[in-house]
Design a protein around this ligand. Structure first.
Ligand code: MLT
Length: 288
């Protein structure tokens, strides 16, 4: 496990590598009758990387990475069903359905094999997709995530959150969630305001449906030892939602995996410290 020191300026680096996200083409695919919104940038002939965002955000949480990755790779970042501009539908989701959507999107794009990178919920989806379809991945990047299913306490917390959102709407939930997701305390820091805006633009139905899907997901720990592609694990040193100990457990179980702790960062390590996050990510991608 290695640490990297950094000059930490989250406000300045949130958009690093890209002046405006409007440059990226916004696209839609119909996957099994559901519209999935995505961006597809970089060299179409280069190796593809698929970025899966965390709950309850959208593909825009990858803005600090997209502009940098697209210089070397084809970058696909999509909105998980119920998030961003993808369909919300009936709000009855499972993690299996999220994996179906991911595989459906790859089939739609005629991509046989990709590098898969997921943060938190994106990591849960990536781990289950790796268990189900190991032949589809060149490499795996697991950020601020865990292979463990929800404990009873976690399920009860999700049930309480659903109740609160139904009663009070998304706004109070967004504040509470960001309080635990960010290590930085300044509530008016630009990255935090950006993430708040993303959460608040998601619908209560999409958020509650996703909470049920997360509570019902399977535990993928037993499958970790079967992963045989290069795997990078990144975690914020101050991640309270999926703390570094959980990343260490995945690192111990996945043969040949690489683990780095991102300093000065909480659960959203790609946003709170993109300088170090991107350096580790690029180093890994150039080697694998
Ligand atoms: C996420 O960031 O995707 C969520 O915090 C995951 C979770 O609630 O388990």
């Amino acid at each position: 496990m290695r640490r990297r020191s950094s000059s930490f300026e989250p406000d300045k680096v949130f958009m690093r590598g890209r002046e405006s996200i409007n440059e990226v083409q916004q696209l839609q695919a119909s996957i099994d009758g559901t519209t999935i919104h995505y961006v597809d940038s970089g060299d179409p002939a280069a190796r593809p990387i698929v970025l899966i965002h965390g709950f309850p955000f959208s593909h825009e949480m990858w803005n600090p990475q997209i502009g940098i990755l697209e210089k070397k790779l084809r970058v696909i970042a999509y909105d998980v069903r119920g998030h961003g501009k993808s369909d919300v539908g009936d709000g009855q989701y499972t993690l299996e359905l999220f994996v179906d959507d991911l595989i459906g999107l790859l089939d739609h794009l005629k991509i046989e094999k990709a590098i898969l990178c997921g943060l938190s919920m994106g990591g849960y989806i990536a781990l289950r997709a790796t268990e189900r379809n190991p032949e589809r991945w060149h490499a795996l990047v697991l950020c601020d995530t865990s292979s463990q299913a929800d404990s009873n306490e976690a399920k009860l917390r999700r049930a309480a959150t659903i109740k609160t959102i139904k009663r009070e709407g998304v706004k109070p939930f967004a504040d509470t969630f960001l309080e635990s997701a960010f290590a930085q305390t300044a509530k008016d820091a630009e990255p935090r305001l950006m993430m708040k805006k993303i959460i608040e633009s998601n619908s209560p139905l999409g958020i509650c449906g996703t909470l049920l899907a997360l509570a019902g997901r399977t535990d993928t720990t037993a499958a970790l030892k079967t992963i045989n592609v290069p795997t990078l694990i990144l975690v914020g040193e101050l991640d309270k939602i999926t703390p570094p100990v959980l990343s260490q457990r995945m690192h111990d179980a996945i043969k040949g995996s690489e683990l780095h702790i991102i300093p000065h960062a909480g659960h959203l390590s790609n946003i709170e410290n993109p300088a170090d996050f991107n350096k580790y990510l690029l180093d890994f991608l150039l080697m694998s």
